[in-house]
Unconditional design. Structure first.
Length: 346
């Protein structure tokens, strides 16, 4: 009985959310005063979508953003329209229209080939809903902090870089961080080592890379204390760590791109690693992380995505069949990423 009630309540709330979204679908100058009016506007808009054989990227962004507005509207709309909760017929009708809207958006999303660059454009322009999960004050502070890090000089040789990396990761002061000052000091020094290592990336043994990754992860896992044991709120720490992740994973991909474009000789093992490092931002930067990207980082993601076909081709030795296989692989990846993103947010 409880499960049945919860499901019925959830479906009703979802229907209410759809109505709010539908009121956002209205054409300029149209005013919606009640559920029936919103539903009429929605049906009109649905007819428009169903009549389209394809959609541009800008149109897809518009459709996705309209649908995403549902989530923020569920509670407020249900509180203002208590009578609607008792109207099962209207709820069913709204939910049917909602399902149809989602179906049409997915159909139009794949009505023509979409490149990885298309996927990046859609993702960067449909993350407004995720911004509510990012602490605005912490983001502004973190923006200022990370903006200054590139002013710090890097080490000039690999031996010095690895020596300093090992020293920082074994420093007792960083084993249990108890203040913001020590937290930021660790991020600053580790960032210098990371950027220094990127200069010599092909020369770093895979085993050493894994060792540094594991040691860094152990320290980072200690940042999230609980209650009075934490030096900062979970939201603040999460914001810094999200922006740190965005920064380094894009720096990594950028270095790989530049080295490949500049004709660096790469053996098969390194080529395999570079393929993953180039693609990693597109698989691992989720909707919340996308919302934390700076405009420069968004542009970098788009630039690398546009270069990706050429980069993957350059990583291979055989020019004909292998190149075609690489391009087909990128097409499949783009479809997967776009479908996953749309299903995650609507």
């Amino acid at each position: 009985m409880i499960k049945k009630f919860c499901l019925k309540t959830y479906m009703g709330l979802m229907a209410l959310a759809v109505i709010t979204m539908l009121s956002g679908c209205q054409k300029k100058g149209v005013r919606v005063k009640d559920v029936n009016g919103a539903l009429a506007v929605c049906k009109s808009e649905l007819t428009v979508l169903q009549s389209k054989s394809s959609a541009s990227i800008d149109e897809l962004v518009e459709y996705i953003n309209l649908t995403e507005q549902m989530e923020d509207s569920i509670i407020s709309f249900s509180m203002r329209d208590t009578a609607y909760a008792a109207n099962q017929k209207m709820q069913d009708e709204v939910l049917n229209v909602s399902d149809s809207l989602r179906t049409e958006i997915l159909r139009l999303a794949f009505s023509k080939p979409r490149s990885l660059a298309d996927v990046v454009f859609i993702k960067t322009n449909t993350t407004n809903g995720a911004k509510k999960f990012i602490d605005e004050k912490s983001q502004k502070q973190a923006d200022r902090f990370f903006a200054k890090l590139d002013n710090n000089a890097t080490y000039k040789d690999l031996d010095k870089t690895l020596q300093e990396y090992d020293r920082i990761l074994s420093d007792p002061n960083y084993m249990h961080i108890e203040s913001r000052e020590i937290f930021r000091d660790f991020l600053k020094k580790e960032d210098i080592c990371f950027r220094s290592m990127l200069q010599f990336l092909p020369m770093v043994p895979q085993q050493k890379l894994q060792e540094l990754t594991d040691q860094t992860a152990r320290i980072c896992n200690t940042f999230y204390g609980t209650g009075k044991d934490s030096f900062a709120s979970i939201d603040e720490i999460a914001t810094y760590m999200t922006m740190r992740y965005n920064r380094r994973i894009l720096q990594n991909a950028e270095v790989c791109r530049d080295q490949i474009m500049n004709g660096l000789k790469i053996n098969p093992v390194i080529a395999r690693n570079y393929r993953w490092m180039l693609m990693q931002p597109y698989f691992t930067i989720d909707e919340i992380s996308m919302a934390a990207l700076s405009s420069g980082q968004q542009q970098l993601m788009l630039d690398i995505a546009q270069d990706m076909p050429e980069l993957y081709i350059k990583l291979d030795k055989c020019p004909s069949k292998v190149n075609n296989d690489e391009l087909q692989f990128l097409d499949k990846i783009s479809v997967y990423l776009l479908k996953t993103h749309i299903k995650n947010i609507i």
